[in-house]
Ligand binder design. Structure first.
Ligand code: CIZ
Ligand code: SF4
Length: 311
């Protein structure tokens, strides 16, 4: 059995590759990456990298975003089947029909969507810059927000807008249970609840802080508090624990179809990636993201608008 870490490092040099890993990847993958971040940070890295090959340890829509931003580069990912429930919730044909009902509306799409959906979008956003993006649009302009209804509802609340929401949700964040989290708060009375805005409103209402993955991580570093309940995907705990070795972190409890779980907030798509698949995709330069030129051109415009607004 080869030492995968060593082999991955060797291939990185040999192929002038850069490994971008999302916070929701397993700890071993994060530890071998050149950059670890959320979708905004990783797309900014992808836009400026000088590497010849971008190895995207995340899900497919994120690797597609990297390809759209660096079309001349080869972009590979460990598992081509790494999808996303938000992406699946918004097929381009159905969205097009929906959009036709509101001919004057501007479309803001959360980056967690397909490249095709981005071609039907005016401005992309991530959870880090979503409030800024929504507020950059004149107040009297009608907006459709896709595909995450929970993030959309949260944004409507924070900005006072009344955006029309597409009916999609994240299969991980929508399972956090407000009732079970309350029980956790009784058990750990000193713990602060930090939640990602993809979570349902019943959970967000109890949160001490709501933010993107990067925002939550920064909060754990800057806050004097010592104990936290984290309502987002479990992978982020690796960086939180690394940055705060003396602090205590608990994964928020989930409930799905009557099944309760204390530590089940794993994204099945993110967790399709393994060290072995990471090594193989670098060795074989496959699976590779290939997109039609017209998709790259049309999907790039709303991403560039996002990067300009959030610069
Ligand atoms: O749920 C996701 O996939 C998130 C939070 C992505 C990101 O980095 O914003
Ligand atoms: Fe998609 Fe949710 Fe997984 Fe993120 S955590 S990739 S939004 S299914």
């Amino acid at each position: 059995m080869k030492d995968l870490v060593e082999e991955i490092q060797r291939l990185k040099k040999e192929k002038n590759a850069v490994i971008l890993a999302h916070y929701y990847q397993t700890a071993d993958i994060q530890d071998v990456a050149d950059y670890i971040g959320d979708s905004l940070g990783l797309s900014q890295e992808a836009a400026k990298t000088e590497a010849d090959m971008i190895v995207f340890a995340g899900v497919r829509f994120m690797a597609e975003t990297a390809k759209i931003l660096s079309p001349q580069k080869k972009v590979v990912l460990p598992d081509f089947n790494a999808g996303c429930s938000l992406e699946e919730s918004a097929p381009a044909d159905k969205f097009m029909a929906f959009k036709e009902q509101y001919p004057d509306a501007l479309v803001i799409s959360y980056v967690n969507c397909s490249a095709e959906l981005k071609t039907l979008t005016d401005i992309v956003c991530t959870s880090t810059n979503a409030v800024k993006i929504v507020e950059s649009v004149p107040e009297d302009q009608q907006i459709i927000f896709a595909p995450d209804k929970n993030l959309g509802a949260y944004l409507n609340k924070v900005t006072g807008r009344n955006m029309i929401l597409w009916d999609g949700a994240c299969m991980v964040h929508e399972t956090f249970s407000a009732r079970l989290i309350e029980e956790m708060r009784n058990k750990y009375p000193n713990a602060k609840l930090l939640a990602h805005p993809e979570s349902v409103n019943a959970v967000l209402e109890h949160a001490d802080y709501i933010g993107s993955t990067t925002g939550l991580l920064k909060y754990t570093i800057n806050s004097p508090e010592k104990e936290f309940i984290i309502a987002t995907e479990t992978g982020i705990l690796h960086q939180m624990q690394k940055a705060n070795p003396d602090k205590i972190f608990h994964v928020a409890a989930t409930e799905r179809n009557g099944t309760y779980c204390a530590s089940c907030a794993d994204c099945p798509h993110m967790k399709l990636n393994t060290m072995e698949k990471l090594y193989l995709c670098m060795r074989d330069e496959s699976p590779e993201i290939i997109l039609p030129e017209s998709t790259i051109r049309d999907a790039r415009k709303p991403i560039d608008r996002m990067l300009e607004i959030s610069a």
